[in-house]
Design a protein around this ligand. Structure first.
Ligand code: GLN
Length: 494
């Protein structure tokens, strides 16, 4: 019998620390990514203009989440989860190592392609194995995921502290630290994976064939489309490192449109040809709205790495005594708030549930999106001060991150769990994929926003942030208004 982990299976510890180090590298690198791209050649950056850098940032982060679809498929059908995690981690480490070597923008983009492909392999599959630790599902599985989410944010927090700290001396030390972090993750996984027994060794498809059940199989057409999308994405990203930078925005926008069209087509296909009964159809329609809500939420939230990161660098007074806090470090507030407040928010839901007052999923989505919008109200005022030429205090961004993080806690875990519960059993894998496509789209839009934050058009920033406020307050309110209808469609799912 293996020793447990906070009263949970010992395997959770292996997955917790692997994901912690992976997120250390992912978020650490992300915290310096746009800063490195937009830093001038004299500052040893790539000297790319903010708009194109934002487009590349958006495509990269969108790619990370989009590649979770083929990543999940590969593991389910061919590799098995364990190999997918292992090889994914290796690709991620190689990617960061490439970034750690000073080189041309083309080489730099190659590094991004490696990290995105590796994350696509690792990220969805490590979560799947967490789920597999609890075949009985239920509250213990939810608890397991909450502990796992702590690992994510611990890694994220330390990554966003250490990587920007080192990058302030030399960008490539920062990227190198991300590579070392992933190396620790791999080492740890290798040494302790015995605790997982035989979980994730065989591809799920094989297990299902043996057991005679089929859950979340992706059909051939979808797999083909994904493969094509993957190749296209890699080619475009690679190409963008070499092309005239002004075309980059157009490409990112086009990719956004393609993602939207494919997703709409997918939902239409499932509704018409998915063999759903009327009850399942209504639930899938709710998943569609949750997808829209998630995309909206992440499009504001994920600006932490793009526009808000640039705002931290160019418009925020970061002096503490005689030390200037590196701009990328400010976004670590998100992970810290999650670590501190996740138990409190969880406790509030439990208390409310005891009185039968726990809000429904659509209401929580509405609240999450509104909180995201309120964060941008703070930025609207901060940008007005910044537009006058005065740098603002760090408290503005911290307050925004605080509101965004409470929003994340209200929306993200709830959305993930509601998606699994609303999905017809046979489509659950694909619907989880759709959830990540929402994140992908949000990241893309967040990248496109970054172009608006630069010292040359500071006077337009308040209007830019206000547009996010208007959009999110309206859509968040719509979720709350339409809650009764969505609730009816959700049937027995809360
Ligand atoms: N911060 C979380 C993670 O990295 C959620 C990200 C997301 O779903 N967009 O896992």
């Amino acid at each position: 019998m293996n020793k447990g982990f906070f009263g949970h299976p010992a395997g959770l510890s292996t997955l917790f620390f692997t994901e912690m180090w992976e997120r250390f590298s992912y978020y650490g690198m992300r915290a310096i990514l746009i800063l490195f791209m937009t830093a001038s050649l004299a500052e040893k950056g790539l000297g790319i203009d903010p708009q194109s850098a934002g487009a590349i940032y958006g495509l990269y982060t969108a790619g990370v989440y989009l590649l979770t679809l083929p990543g999940g498929w590969l593991a389910d059908n061919i590799l098995g989860q364990r190999k997918a995690i292992w090889y994914g981690g290796i690709l991620i480490m190689i990617g960061h190592l490439i970034l750690a070597i000073p080189g041309s923008p083309g080489i730099f983009v190659l590094g991004l392609v490696f990290v995105a492909s590796g994350t696509g392999l690792l990220k969805p599959n490590i979560s799947t194995v967490v789920g597999d630790l609890y075949p009985e599902g239920g509250a213990r599985r939810d608890q397991g995921f909450s502990i796992f989410y702590m690992g994510i944010n611990l890694g994220s927090f330390f990554g966003q502290i250490f990587v920007p700290f080192l990058a302030a001396y030399n960008w490539h030390w920062g990227f190198g630290a991300a590579a070392i972090g992933m190396f620790f993750g791999l080492l740890q996984f290798r040494l302790t994976q015995g605790s997982l027994n035989d979980l994730g060794l065989k591809p799920k498809l094989k297990e299902e064939v043996e057991e005679g059940v089929a859950v979340g199989k992706v059909n051939g057409v979808l797999a083909g489309a994904l493969g094509l999308a993957l190749v296209g994405f890699l080619a475009v990203l690679q190409w963008m490192g070499t092309i005239d930078v002004t075309t980059a925005t157009g490409i990112a926008q086009a990719v956004g449109v393609i993602i939207v069209v494919i997703t709409l087509f997918y939902f239409l296909y499932i509704m018409v040809a998915g063999g759903l009964n009327p009850d399942e159809k209504k639930k899938v329609l709710v998943i569609f709205f949750l997808f829209v809500g998630a995309a909206l939420f992440w499009s504001g939230f994920e600006q932490a790495g793009s526009s808000l990161n640039l705002f931290a660098r160019d418009f925020t007074n970061r002096m503490v005594g005689s030390w200037e806090v590196p701009a990328g470090m400010l976004q670590s507030a998100n992970a810290l708030v999650i670590i501190l407040f996740a138990p409190i928010v969880g406790w509030i839901w439990v208390k409310l549930a005891a009185r039968n007052l726990n809000p429904n999923t659509p209401i929580k989505f509405g609240i999450g999106i509104i909180l995201m919008g309120l964060g941008f109200v703070v930025m609207y005022f901060a940008a007005q001060i910044a537009a006058t030429g005065t740098k603002v205090g760090m408290g503005w961004l911290w307050f925004t991150y605080f509101l965004h993080s409470i929003g994340e806690l209200t929306l993200s875990p709830v959305g993930l769990s509601a998606t699994t519960k609303l999905s017809p059993k046979r489509y659950v894998g694909q619907m989880m994929g759709i959830w990540f496509v929402g994140a992908s789209l949000g990241n893309l839009i967040a990248g496109l926003f970054a172009g608006g934050v630069n010292t040359e058009n500071a006077s337009q920033m308040p209007a830019l942030f206000l547009s996010v406020v208007t959009f999110s307050l309206i859509s968040g309110t719509l979720f709350i208004i339409f809650n009764p209808i969505l609730k009816k469609w959700m049937g027995n799912v809360k």
